[in-house]
Design a protein around this ligand. Sequence first.
Ligand code: G4P
Length: 527
Amino acid sequence: MFLDEIAKRRTFGIISHPDAGKTTLTEKLLLFGGAIQEAGAVKSNKIRKGATSDFMEIERQRGISVATSVLAFLYKDKKINILDTPGHKDFAEDTFRTLTAVDSVIVVIDVAKGVEEQTEKLVEVCRMRKIPMIVFINKLDREGKDAFDLMDEVEQKLGLSVTPLSYPIGMGYEFQGIYNIWGKNVQLFDGDQKQRKAERISFDDLEDPALVEAIGEKAYTQLKEELELIDGVYPEFSQQDYLDGNLQPVFFGSALNNFGVQELLDCFIDIAPAPLKKETEERLIDPTEKDFSGFVFKIHANMDPNHRDRLAFVKIVSGTFERNKPYLHVRHNKKLKFSSPNAFFAEKKEIVDISYPGDIVGLHDTGNFKIGDALTGGEKINFKGIPSFSPEHFRYINNADPMKAKQLNKGIDQLMDEGVAQLFTLAFNNRKVIGTVGVLQFEVIQYRLEHEYGAKCSYENLNVHKACWVDAEDEKGEEFLEFKRVKQKFLATDKQGQLVFLADSAFSLQMTQQKYPSVKFHFSSEF
Ligand code: G4P
């Protein structure tokens, strides 16, 4: 029973550059699960263009993204959990952290735009972690790039090794349907009605004159030629290679027209991994272990500013999570019980008694949790792989209301635990520096400090190019001590007390690296 529950779970994330069609695809997947009844039910969680400095937009965004943080549905005999990843680049850290909780990923690419910047960054993280990926090329109803050119681009720019499991018959105005290599059938598209034609032609009938008739001699000849080319050029699909992160199957379709999506989903549930083992500093955890373990990958502040409680999202790694049972909060070394853990279903959340590996539970939290925290049945383990990366923007944060210093410190502390931004304390004058991925977060922090904590802050510019975590093999050695002495003004500690070098330019970073070869400069907090 327990093992069956694990085997049936598929927990994944959809990543894309904004506007490639992630929201639309998510919605269509939910329709297949019968989790929602109509199109348009999944609100787009993206910040609309031009609204980048609108507080209300940020707040609206927060509200919607709680609802769509985890979307679960049943399809055939599988329980599918989609973890939402913000597409906006200012929230890239959020997405990186969510990727620590997925077992696989679907990458959505716009057929006309090809591989875009945000996709490159996100795929790089997945590739480094060997996360199994399926590529979905979207918007085939529009004119776009040639399918072979696109697959080349995916290989070149994303460093992937692909093999198509579906293939388009024409494109844009000429788009006639999808040849499903995996499912061995052809589904035709009715361009006028923008929907699938009822009949599906099975693979064995590829030679069927009805197909020639349906798509025309020219398209038929081209399809046959291209399929031969695919046979010759691309490797045969191997599930093991896909699971190992060495081969990425490609599907084509149009999310908006719900075309090619079921083909993707049917293959996904066949090949995508059930919950995987997870590394901790102490040992590898197997999902089938009886004892519960899980980790916090996301913290969401409550929408109601009068209740400062938050929702901590925990990915269950092993065992079962049960309501009202005491679990060990490893970092605090104390037991906590949860009377109303939330599970997510479609776009709703509800209280749940028991959850299994692969599932996400939302726990109400009054400030106990921070990103990366482990919760277990009793064992003291620390999960790996939730690093911080160097922020892109840095500013001094000052207290603008001296009467509210305590509130300000508490607010900053909690917002950092949520992972909104990173805090550095300069070594030589104790001043606090906030580092963020996008400029938007500065406004979010200011707004939230005021509305949730009653504190006011102001910012001051600071010229920092990059934050690097530093250490040395011999921390008592002459060179490291000299580095610390000479560069004192550029040194800070992060929230964990780790030493950080704030380089003011790429050039000075390079010079410093050359001058102190025994000092190690790391570009993420986990090394
Ligand atoms: P995102 O979450 O990745 O940012 O993208 P989203 O699904 O919101 O899609 C971005 C735009 O692309 C939307 O249009 C959506 O309707 C359109 N789209 C998605 N899939 C397809 C497709 O297969 N074919 C075509 N032609 N368009 C597609 P929009 O005008 O920006 O938004 P909306 O007003 O339609 O919501």
